[in-house]
Design a protein around this ligand. Sequence first.
Ligand SMILES: Cc1cc2nc3c(=O)[nH]c(=O)nc-3n(C[C@H](O)[C@H](O)[C@H](O)COP(=O)(O)OP(=O)(O)OC[C@H]3O[C@@H](n4cnc5c(N)ncnc54)[C@H](O)[C@@H]3O)c2cc1C
Length: 453
Amino acid sequence: MILVIGAGASGLMAARDLLASGREVLVLEAAPRIGGRIHTTRSGSTHAGGSKSSVEFPYSVEAGAEFVHGDLPLTFELLTAAGIKAIPTEGQFYRSNEGQWQKENIRVKGWDKVMERMASLDEDMAVADFLSAYFGGGENERLRWAVRRFAEGYDLADIHFASTKALYREWSRDEGTQYHVDGGYGKMIDWIASEIEGMGGKIVLSAPAVAVEWAPGIVRVVTSDGRIFQGTAALITVPLGVLQAGDAGVALPIADTNVEPHRSGGPVRNGLTFDPAIPEYIQAFHALGYGSVIKLLLHFSEPFWEKEAPGLGFLISDQNLPTWWTVSGKPNLLTGWFAGPRTIPYQGKPDPELIHLGLESLAKIFHVSIAELHDQLLTYRVDDWSQDPYSLGAYSYEKVGEKPFRQILHTPVENTIFFAGEALYEGEHTPGTVEAALATGRKAAETILAAWL
Ligand SMILES: Cc1cc2nc3c(=O)[nH]c(=O)nc-3n(C[C@H](O)[C@H](O)[C@H](O)COP(=O)(O)OP(=O)(O)OC[C@H]3O[C@@H](n4cnc5c(N)ncnc54)[C@H](O)[C@@H]3O)c2cc1C
């Protein structure tokens, strides 16, 4: 029996591949749902009579992963097999800076020079060091600001640690068409789960693993409520945030697993311990970069943005909550994206404060009053991923010098403990994505099969 810890994209992909090769598999999932950082839902909130109450969006929304970044092989393999369509994103791009609108997605002046310099860099360095070495001085202030915003906003990276070479690889890649998954990424996840169950695999929900006790060829996984599951090997796919939290040697208290993590009211930690300890691996978890996101989903009574930004698809601004987009087929929905180290002061803040932050930015961009926006807001959802006890952040980024550490995580512990998940991805597509997670799941299944032939 192979135990898979975590029922996100990587764990489910691996479980499906292992079952298809005739292995027995049991998946343990901490949350009361599958999908992890994929969370398609209708569940939102509203301010009915001044106090918050639950309400549904008129369509499904993506609280976590949303875009398919190009014609990605594994994602499309699954979508095709499941008969799910990918819908190319639509709409006009806008940039709003200091009250000026710009429609073309033209980068700040000097961006090409930054890319050229990045390309010719011999030795890797942190982005902050790179900027001060090659683009210091007052005349480059705006350029430095733009690079930092992009690294933080898209890659969730802290520029004091982020690898310049890794960001160059990513930024110079043409992803091609961006898609939404028809009906949501959750449909793809449900389809993989149905495949797993169809092949006799089991998925146990509300089962947060807290301890992994092992000897070569045997693993006992203990859950927060004391249940013990035994197998010959364990594939650990929990998010990097959880792996980084679990090195204190003590299992951290776990949320009431019957409560949806986001709604559980405050930060609850989650972590894993290993017995015997695997200090080299723990050190490796900490060498990798992991950032966070606050995502706002706002359903308004009317598309107030159409007046200033007709046909709005995607908007980047200089406001506190800088990035916004619409989704075709989901009328009057605006999604706000606030990411990277700049979210730290806001992490764990109550929903109304974060909604206010969003509406304040929108009010400035579109020259309307916050009160008007409040009146037009019908349903909202705030997902502060740093506070999700089962993710403790959003996705990984590459730090300078982390490669050898990621290699350690690719090395099985005595052919008994294996790791997968988006943070372990090494490949030609964008890291920190669903595709990346699926790829590591597939690769881990191959490694396990090779080890256990
Ligand atoms: C806000 C947001 C937006 C994103 N947008 C995109 C996007 O547009 N496109 C894209 O491709 N990617 C996007 N991503 C990234 C993408 O969601 C992830 O890379 C991918 O889903 C990660 O899959 P995974 O299997 O590695 O991890 P996860 O999906 O996190 O799966 C790990 C599982 O482990 C479980 N777990 C945690 N602790 C325990 C424990 N102790 N015991 C048992 N189980 C445990 C978790 O509940 C989870 O289900 C986004 C992520 C976020 C947060």
